[in-house]
Design a protein around this ligand. Structure first.
Ligand code: ATP
Length: 196
């Protein structure tokens, strides 16, 4: 079974590709969803986070206070590293477990992992192939502004905090050029499907 890692910078089209793949009947593991699952109320991870960052990061209803945690880690590099270390380790464990389960079911010839932080977590080392959604900064800024109503400054700040496009391009096996319309993106995927 082939495991394809799908990644790309903010607003580059990962969800658009994932939605298309799911509609085409492919199995897609969603790393962001796993990240949300592991911090549900009562989870082992939430206990670990509270011991690392204080009980103040847990709201009265037992859920994670993301805003509070964000304030703590974004002003302190070491704390951000601690958080990433804890979260990434557990996310990788779960992804590996799920890949094993799916492999044993023998139902799929190929599965995808939608992982915005594929490279940053080191997950790229365990996939068979890396697909990168890619578009120039201005196109991404315009699309995110239209989608989220976020300001240009905020989006630029997020882009500059990420790995550069060039770094990602150099590590990818396949680059999906998402500067055109969605149809053109889907056509590129269809071409790739012929080789799977
Ligand atoms: P994020 O990193 O923020 O999660 P993403 O990489 O998942 O974003 P998408 O959500 O797929 O990116 O795309 C960003 C926005 O651009 C969405 O509103 C999407 O509908 C739109 N979009 C994606 N591809 C195209 C395209 N080829 N033409 C026009 N709009 C597009």
């Amino acid at each position: 079974m082939k495991v394809i890692g799908l990644t790309g910078g903010i607003g580059s089209g990962k969800s658009t590709v994932t939605d298309y793949l799911i509609a085409r009947g492919f199995h897609v593991l969603d790393a962001d969803q796993i990240a949300r699952e592991i911090v549900l109320p009562g989870s082992e991870m939430l206990i670990q986070l509270a011991s690392a960052f204080g009980r103040g990061i847990i709201l009265e209803d037992g859920s994670l206070d993301r805003k509070k945690l964000g304030e703590i880690v974004f002003s302190d590099r070491e704390k951000k590293k601690t958080l990433d270390g804890l979260m990434h380790t557990r996310i990788l464990e779960l992804i590996h477990e799920r890949i094993l389960q799916i492999r044993e079911e023998r139902k799929h010839k190929v599965i995808f992992i939608d992982a915005p932080l594929l490279f940053e977590t080191g997950l790229h080392k365990s996939v068979s192939e890396i697909w990168l959604t890619d578009a120039d900064d201005e196109t991404r800024i315009q699309r995110i502004m239209a989608r989220d109503g976020m300001s240009r400054e905020e989006i630029e700040k997020r882009i500059s905090a990420q790995m550069t496009r060039e770094e990602k391009q150099s590590l990818a096996d396949v680059i999906l050029d998402n500067t055109g319309d969605q149809e053109s993106l889907y056509q590129q995927i269809e071409q790739l499907m012929k080789k799977i």
